[in-house]
Design a protein around this ligand. Sequence first.
Ligand code: WT7
Length: 677
Amino acid sequence: MAENEVVETSEAQIAVHWKEEAYYYPSTEFIAQANMTDKSIYERMSLDNFPNCFKEYADLLDWYEYWDEILDTSDAPCYKWFKGGKINASYNCIDRHLAKNKNKTAIHFVPEPLQEGYAHITYQELYVRVNEFAALLRDFAGLKRGDCVTLHMPMIPELPITMLACARLGVIHSQVFGGFSGTACADRIVDSGSRILITADAYYRSGTLLDHKQNADVAVEHATKDGQVVDKVLVWQRYPGKYSAKTPMVDGRDFFVNDVLKDYYGARVEPEKMNSEDPLFLMYTSGTTGKPKGCQHGTGGYLAYVTGTSKYVQDIQPEDVYWCMADIGWITGHSYIVYGPLANCASTVMYEGVPTYPDPGRSWRIAQDLDVNIFHTAPTAIRALRKLGPDEPAKYNYHFKHMTTVGEPIEPEVWKWYHKEVGKGEAIIVDTWWQTETGGFLCSTLPAITPMKPGSAGPGMPGIHPIIYDDVGDVLPQGAGKAGNICIQNPWPGMFMTIWGDRDRFVDTYFTRYCKDPNSKDWRDWPYLTGDAAVEAQDGYFRILGRIDDVINVSGHRLGTKEIESAALVVPEVAEAAVVPVVHDIKGKEPDLYIALKPGFEASEELAKTINDTICEEIGKIAKPRKVWIVKDMPKTRSGKIMRRVLGAISNKTDVGNVMTLANPEIVEEIKQMVQR
Ligand code: WT7
């Protein structure tokens, strides 16, 4: 081995030693009522039948004009699905249900404070509110088809109302997770070119009514500095008619939606007949380098895919109460709280607050009160509920037929607790693997057809054909016992269309690595690189092992190490920053931040705090490091690369391996003394 060659022990290599768990099977009761029980779906949606097989999904929707070409690959790898089709997402999620179901609850809203009752918004009420707000957006805010608007909203019903009003007009919405800071919101305003910001005055989090409006002021100020002027800020009120924030309204810029809405009483807005490939929304996601990527999702393809997967994987039936305990600010909420369920005419639950507030029984009381029977959440929430109230589920009288886990690998131990305690041994579980970019599920079992296996996401979804390549591009077959880079061989309707304003980055990040011919217009030459490491077992089930790049998954949210590092570098004293993931039993991972100072500066508690605060300000509290370690020097290779692997081993108290090839091996012991003390 060459002197400066360092063997990386990847997460992947370790994980292939995990043992395969035994199958769990769905009950006959579940199978008897399921939406999809026809095993031939895998055959119908095989690669041989691609892309025509996705007609099944398109036919779940109402089209103004039916499409004439299922998949246009002329601009590969930017694909157009259902070309020639005209459609509106708001119409498909609301209007088409009115004739039979106007009286059905579309959204059950659960406020965090216990003394506030549940709200049940019917499809008729949703229709009225979406129309009136769409009229306001068009006539008061001057928004029109093709414009982009930034939303920075908490989990209140006005969020889906705003999204659906935008969709009605063909306005592209870009919702920024409510917990993100004003600065993070500003970056997304600038990148998307929004001149309108839609926000809310306040919302509840762990019993406190937070002033959310203050973030809008920071966002507008920063965006203006970066060259994007925001003309109007539309402020929804948590309590209509009452202002719940302390931050003053800015005259001529900020408007209370509820005041202006009075002028639009009774307004109805004809849905825009959108082209299938017109963008529906942007969802920003972190990458390893540079600024967040605006994943641009289309209309017809996206909606068809989330509608089909909600129906067949979530198994939503007309009489079900479906609760996805995610935030709409993430893709899970867009696809599986709002668009997929509503297109299926489901009753979808929205909870404002923290699952364990004011006590660990809260989630199960909500389930009991609303008689929820389909439950959807992330391993991070499951771990928290398990830690804080392992015996709570048994105390409440609810019965789930179906549960989902999403967002990160779930440990078999935690899976089993979820199955036995939360699911009371009755519910089936689907472990759904997918990404912001992919719009909907990539791998999952089909609940009535393929058995469950703890710790494995399952086979590729019907019509989705994963493949694992090793680093040199050879295929790792089923049962190879080796981890590699999991890719998808074919395009699918839910996949994003491009990165907003940056086609080159889209191609580079997701396709270049395994592209067979950069000039090809044939989809077969453009495998999609997911960026995850995975192993495929003998039975064709995929176990996802984590990112091959440097993204840290904190509580199910993806944070770029580079984003955190660049935020730390805003502090003038900081010379170098390196972020490594530390295993945390509830959040999954937490970032540990290593800092080297510029010469002439001294480490101090205050400086560490400044760095910590800066990160919270730049990105949001979610990126808060577990600890800021100010070190004398970073462990480096002789070519000057920071050895994050070594720092990661120190933070996680695992073996740092052979460090003698480093440029400065002595520093390792010094850092160890400091961190592991
Ligand atoms: C990354 C995508 C999918 C919506 C929420 C997160 C990881 C996601 C699983 C799963 C193992 C998973 C992957 C993926 N991931 N689901 N079931 N098992 N890992 O969306 O923020 O875009 O993150 O989350 O690493 O690439 P995201």
